[in-house]
Design a protein around this ligand. Structure first.
Ligand SMILES: [Ca+2]
Length: 159
């Protein structure tokens, strides 16, 4: 008759296997959580774009033009965003819509000639604004989750 020998305690290899499994699971959970987080931020950005687009449309209806900012230089995105806010703030209908943008996304962290705030994306970077006369509609650009302009994850209102 074969007798089973019961071993008490666990070996180092077993501990390492368990630790490896736990870290793989943790990595997966963190990955999924950050993807869900980015997706909800993308939805937040989309609603900011929608509000800015309607504010720009109101501005256009009142003035027959869009605020002109033809410079394509992301290094000056702060100035562009501040300019966009100050222009939209001039038109009562547009200002009303600006007021519906989440308070946490409208911050005055930068000052050029005035003390107007800038408009930020949910990742904490300023939203760039470009409009060249003759274009159908202005460009609103977010640097995306990596917070760097000009990379593949940038998000534009025209995408
Ligand atoms: Ca980017």
């Amino acid at each position: 008759m074969k007798r089973y020998k019961y071993k008490y305690g666990i070996t180092l290899v077993e501990i390492l296997v368990v630790v490896a499994i736990i870290s793989i699971l943790a990595t997966m959970v963190i990955g999924i959580a950050s993807r869900i987080n980015d997706q909800s931020k993308e939805r937040g950005l989309e609603s900011t774009f929608t509000l800015l687009e309607s504010a720009l449309q109101e501005y256009y209806d009142g003035t027959d033009k869009f605020p002109e900012q033809p410079e394509k230089n992301v290094a000056n995105a702060l100035i562009h965003s501040e300019y966009l806010y100050s222009e939209l703030d001039l038109m009562p209908e547009s200002r009303k819509i600006l007021g519906r943008i989440a308070e946490s996304l409208v911050k005055n962290e930068y000052g050029t000639i005035d003390t107007q705030p800038e408009i930020y994306d949910p990742w904490g970077m300023v939203i760039d604004y470009i409009y060249v006369a003759g274009d159908n509609f202005p460009d609103l650009v977010s640097a995306g989750p990596d917070k760097i302009f000009g990379t593949a994850d940038d998000i534009s209102n025209k995408q």
